[in-house]
Design a binder for this molecule. Structure first.
Ligand SMILES: *[C@@H]1O[C@H](CO)[C@@H](O)[C@H](O)[C@H]1NC(C)=O
Ligand SMILES: *[C@@H]1O[C@H](CO)[C@@H](O)[C@H](O)[C@H]1NC(C)=O
Ligand SMILES: *[C@@H]1O[C@H](CO)[C@@H](O)[C@H](O)[C@H]1NC(C)=O
Ligand SMILES: *[C@@H]1O[C@H](CO)[C@@H](O)[C@H](O)[C@H]1NC(C)=O
Length: 572
């Protein structure tokens, strides 16, 4: 590669300015929009509704969150928007003329002499590298490539090499990068020109997937992150703003306190008890982020319980399920690296060891009406907020109500979706070449209830779909159908016109042989993790949102209202 550096500096630089622009934008969006966005958005209701309780002060929000009958909380299609969804990628779109690596950057040089015509192909040969980069850019025309890692030997057969790259889909609406690594079958011509015979599937180039270096802040061994000016790696320096890199190896081990000195000099905040447990995920986050916001306001480390109880609306047993891990759903690495948090089990262990000896004080607060501002002067090592048994006064988020509301901002930017789940999304989109349209078809209970949804069943029938979609989506396109219709053969008539895909077609991305399965099992002390309803809705929705054209049930397919007859919002 001498003399032909890849434009990785450009890529890093761009990513940084993207971050800054996004930061600026997020600042401008303000709190209200965050609330609007983050809570329980359904993919079909992503429009602004002035009467949305989420836009109102917290008294209304409280009754909203506690009204279990609220239709908006019916689970089947609701999924959370999280911090990375507000990193606006349009800031990073094609107004910059040369963001991605172009074909002309990687054209192979003319073949020179070659002495070793018969031997194994040397993956380190710059010529091979160039041919592989060229083939990737030519093959995946819907991607913009930002960095290629050096190839590594593939299957060890002398004709395959593995290579990683960082990319973004061409028309990405979100500010995220994706990493892929694939296996290339190569051939060598008589005059030593190389050619790519075949590029393997998503994530097949496992030898190019290096784990991150253990040295915190040190140079990473990742083939893609070797540049010390890497603006995308949260571990590099004190970058105020980062974007997710989906597909990058995740290291979400729990933080530890290195020494007694460090522990005893720390200041901590913990919330215990309360009625938030087993509530829907949006309630959980609303409360958790209040605690995190208070901890940040007080300059204290938040002691958190990483064990989550999953609400029955997402479980296959229809019972609330304890023992889920925060890391199944959210990006703990991002949280850990950008905020000060500790797992409570670790914390109590250390506390028991050193509390007496170092005379660490505990300040107990049992009334949520004691504001964070009143706690600013507390000198004790630990502030413990204890919540009682009576709902809704025992919800954590009540701490952030009233006058506190204007003081404490929930740090949404610290919460990203699990990158392991997003990697599944990337895998599904990659199998459709990032070039697909999507349709969300709500049927199920609603289609059966003709009183509230008189036309839904008919409007989502295969015949109606064929005619509605026919006007909007070209023949032979890849069509991703996100649906709650259990019997997907129902949509068979669409197969004559489109290349149809369903969520379950991609099961291998989370089944026993998948990376997701192995990694979550490891997190879960060896016990296999069920791919639950929340994960399912999250992945399904995120894939839907990556379609080039997105057709939604309500408005696009039917004039029935999402919440039943006469419940249509008049604004939009
Ligand atoms: C992102 O930017 C585009 C154009 O600047 C704008 O239309 C869109 O609403 C923005 N999205 C968000 C989530 O702010
Ligand atoms: C090498 O051989 C291939 C066909 O095997 C031919 O297309 C190509 O032009 C040759 N390249 C050079 C530099 O001779
Ligand atoms: C994961 O990250 C933690 C904290 O940054 C670090 O101490 C640990 O060595 C890392 N583990 C690996 C395998 O990189
Ligand atoms: C937290 O730290 C910041 C910066 O050091 C300081 O300005 C602020 O007053 C501190 N807040 C409290 C509650 O101690």
């Amino acid at each position: 590669m001498q003399g032909r550096p890849l434009p990785s500096r450009t890529a890093s630089f761009r990513a940084e300015s993207l971050g800054q622009r996004a930061l600026h934008l997020v600042g401008n969006l303000g709190f209200a929009l965050f609330v609007l966005g983050v809570l329980a958005f359904t993919i079909i209701a992503a429009t602004y509704h002035p009467d949305d309780p989420l836009l109102h002060p917290s008294s209304k929000l409280t009754s909203f969150l506690t009204a279990t009958s609220s239709a908006t909380f019916r689970s089947d299609e609701s999924v959370l928007r999280t911090g990375e969804d507000f990193l606006n990628a349009s800031a990073a779109s094609d107004d910059d003329p040369s963001p991605a690596i172009r074909l002309s950057d990687v054209s192979p040089t003319a073949a020179g002499d070659c002495d070793d015509k018969g031997g194994p192909i040397d993956c380190k040969d710059p010529e091979v590298y160039h041919v592989m980069m060229q083939a990737s850019i030519e093959t995946y025309r819907n991607n913009h490539f930002y960095r290629f890692g050096k190839p590594a030997p593939g299957a060890g057969d002398g004709r395959t090499c593995d290579m990683a790259w960082r990319f973004r889909p061409k028309d990405a609406k979100r500010a995220a990068f994706y990493k892929d690594y694939r296996r290339f079958d190569l051939a060598r011509g008589p005059n030593c020109t190389y050619s790519v015979v075949k590029i393997g599937d998503y994530h097949t180039g496992v030898n190019a997937r290096k784990k991150k270096n253990k040295l915190k802040g040190g140079p990473s061994s990742d083939t893609l992150s070797s540049s010390s000016a890497d603006g995308l790696d949260p571990r590099n320096g004190e970058k105020p703003f980062v974007v997710p890199v989906v597909g990058e190896a995740v290291n979400d081990t729990l933080p530890v306190v290195e020494s007694e000195g460090k522990f005893s000099a720390g200041k901590y905040l913990i919330y215990t008890g309360g009625g938030d447990r087993c509530k829907p995920m949006n309630h959980y986050l609303w409360s958790f982020l209040c605690a995190l916001g208070e901890a940040q306001y007080l300059n204290r480390t938040l002691i958190m319980d990483l064990s989550i109880c999953l609400n029955s609306m997402y479980t296959s047993t229809n019972q609330d399920e304890e023992g889920k891990d925060f890391r199944f759903y959210f990006d703990f690495e991002h949280l850990r690296d950008s905020a000060s948090v500790l797992d409570e089990r670790q914390f109590w262990k250390d506390w028991a060891l050193w509390q007496k000896k170092d005379r660490l004080g505990l300040h107990l607060v049992e009334n949520f009406k004691v504001t964070p501002m009143k706690l600013a002067e507390v000198k004790d090592a630990l502030i413990m907020r204890k919540f009682g048994a009576v709902e809704p006064d025992n919800y954590w988020y009540r701490v952030c109500e009233g006058e506190t509301e204007s003081v404490i901002q929930r740090p949404w930017h610290l919460i990203w979706k699990s990158r392991r789940l997003m990697d599944i999304v990337s895998g599904i989109a990659s199998r459709m070449n990032w070039d697909f349209d999507s349709v969300h078809v709500v049927r199920g209970e609603k289609a059966r209830n003709t009183e509230l949804w008189p036309n839904l069943a008919r409007d989502t029938s295969p015949e109606a779909l064929l005619s509605t979609l026919g006007e909007k989506i070209d023949d032979r396109r890849h069509l991703y159908i996100a649906t709650n219709e259990p019997d997907t053969s129902f949509f068979d008539p669409l197969k004559d016109k489109y290349i149809v895909h369903f969520f379950d077609d991609f099961k291998d991305l989370w089944d026993e042989n998948s990376e997701w399965y192995t990694e979550t099992q490891r997190l879960n002390i060896g016990i296999p993790v069920e791919f639950d309803g929340y994960m399912r809705v999250e992945v399904d929705t995120e894939v839907f949102l990556r379609g080039k054209k997105q057709i939604e049930t309500f408005n696009d397919l039917t004039s029935d209202c999402k919440d039943g007859i006469n419940a249509c919002r008049t604004d939009s």
